[in-house]
Design a protein around this ligand. Structure first.
Ligand code: F6P
Length: 326
C-alpha cells in the first residue's frame, strides 16, 4: 500500500544560532519523511524565505551534522520580514513550493514574526524555542542552553586554574541579553564567589568585608560571573576588586564562544524531542503553536502565552545563590 502524501513542510532557523539546531535539522528530515511529508530547507532564516532560498531536503543533506554546532541551513535576524510587502513575497515563495507548514527554530521575536505571518497568510507553524539565553516565557528549557552552560563551565574551570595560580580575581562575562540565567547557573555550578545579573539588584559594598576577610584567611582567588545585561561594565567590577578588595583582577568576556561547540547529548536529545512534538502538532492541525517543555513534559502553547512577556528566573535558583548574599 502506498501511503498518502501529507504535503510539504519546511524548517528555518532565525535569530542567534544554538548548538542543537543541526540535530534538530537532521531529525526534521528523518521524521518528516517517516510521516510522508516532503521536507524543505529554508536557508538563512526569514531572509531565505523572502529570497526563495528554499530547497527540498534529503537524507544526504543531513549526514554527519548531528555533532556540529551552529546551523547547516544558516540563520539571520531579518529586518525585511517586519515589512508587509516582504511577507507577501515570502508567502508567494512558499506557494511556489507547495509548502503550508513551517517549523521555526528561534526566539520569541521570531515567533512574533511568524504569528503575524500566520494571521496574514494562514501558513501554520510550530515554534521550537532555541536560544542560549533561556528567556522564553512558557518553557523551562530552550534548545542550546545545555551546550552553552557546559561551554561556560569549561571556560570557568580553565580560568580558575590560572586565577588560583596567580592569586587573582577574574570577572567573567556571559551572554544572555537581559536574562541572567546563564550567569546564575554558571556561578552556581562553578562555585563562583560573586554573581551579578540584571534581575537582582546589587550593592558591592555588601561583599567588601566578607571578601577582604577571606583574603586575610588565605583565600587565593575569586571568580565573579557577571551577565552582559547588568549596567556596569566588567572592567568596573575588576577595578572594584583591585581598589576595594586588594587583589589583582582580570576580565574575560566569553562572547560568542558560548554559542558554538558540539551539542551535548542533552541538546541532541531535546532537539529530537522538540522536532518530533512540533511536527506531530502540525499534523494534528495546530496552527500557530510553540512547543514548550516543563517538568519533563512537552506541550503546545499559544503565541499569546509566550510572546511579549518578561521571562522570570526560577526563584528557587535565585535563592540558591543569593539568599543571604544580597
Ligand atoms: O540571543 C542570543 C545572543 O547570543 C545573546 O545572548 C546576545 O546578546 C546576542 O545573541 C548577540 O547577538 P549577535 O550574535 O547578533 O551579536
Amino acid at each position: 500500500m502506498i501511503n498518502k502524501s501529507q504535503g510539504n513542510i519546511a524548517i528555518l532557523c532565525s535569530g542567534g544560532d544554538v548548538s542543537g539546531m543541526n540535530p534538530a535539522i537532521k531529525h526534521f528530515v528523518e521524521y518528516a519523511k517517516e510521516k510522508n511529508l516532503t521536507p524543505f530547507f529554508i536557508y538563512d532564516g526569514f531572509e531565505g524565505l523572502i529570497d526563495d532560498n528554499i530547497h527540498e531536503a534529503s537524507y544526504c543533506n543531513v549526514q554527519g551534522i548531528i555533532f556540529r554546532g551552529g546551523t547547516k541551513i544558516g540563520s539571520a535576524r531579518s529586518k525585511r520580514f517586519l515589512e508587509v510587502s516582504y511577507r507577501r513575497k515570502a508567502k508567494e515563495n512558499l506557494d511556489k513550493h507547495g509548502i503550508d507548514k513551517l517549523l521555526v527554530l528561534g526566539g520569541d521575536g521570531s515567533f512574533r514574526g511568524m504569528d503575524i505571518f500566520y494571521k496574514e497568510h494562514g501558513i501554520a507553524f510550530a515554534g521550537v524555542p532555541s536560544t542560549i539565553d533561556n528567556d522564553i516565557v512558557g518553557t523551562e528549557y530552550c534548545l542550546g542552553v545545555d551546550t552553552a552552560l557546559n561551554s561556560i563551565r569549561t571556560s570557568l574551570d580553565h580560568i580558575r586554574d590560572t586565577a588560583s595560580s596567580f592569586k587573582r580575581a577574574f570577572v567573567v562575562e556571559t551572554m544572555g541579553r537581559d536574562c541572567g540565567y546563564l550567569a546564575l547557573v554558571s556561578a552556581l555550578t562553578s562555585g563562583a564567589e560573586l554573581c551579578l545579573i540584571p534581575e537582582v539588584t546589587y550593592d558591592l559594598t555588601f561583599y567588601e568585608e566578607r571578601f577582604k576577610d577571606a583574603l586575610k584567611k588565605g583565600r587565593g582567588y575569586f571568580l565573579a560571573v557577571v551577565s552582559e545585561g547588568i549596567k556596569e561594565e566588567p572592567i568596573m567590577i575588576a577595578k572594584w576588586f583591585e581598589e576595594k578588595i586588594g587583589i589583582e583582577a582580570r576580565v574575560t568576556v566569553l562572547g560568542h564562544t558560548q554559542r558554538g561547540g558540539n551539542p551535548t547529548s542533552r541538546d541532541r536529545l531535546m532537539a529530537y524531542r522538540f522536532v518530533h512534538f512540533g511536527i506531530d502538532g502540525l499534523l494534528e492541525g495546530k496552527k500557530d503553536a510553540i512547543v514548550c517543555y516543563n517538568n519533563g513534559f512537552f506541550n503546545h502553547k499559544s503565541i499569546k502565552e509566550v510572546a511579549n512577556k518578561r521571562y522570570q528566573l526560577d526563584s528557587t535558583l535565585v535563592d540558591l545563590f543569593f539568599k543571604n548574599r544580597s
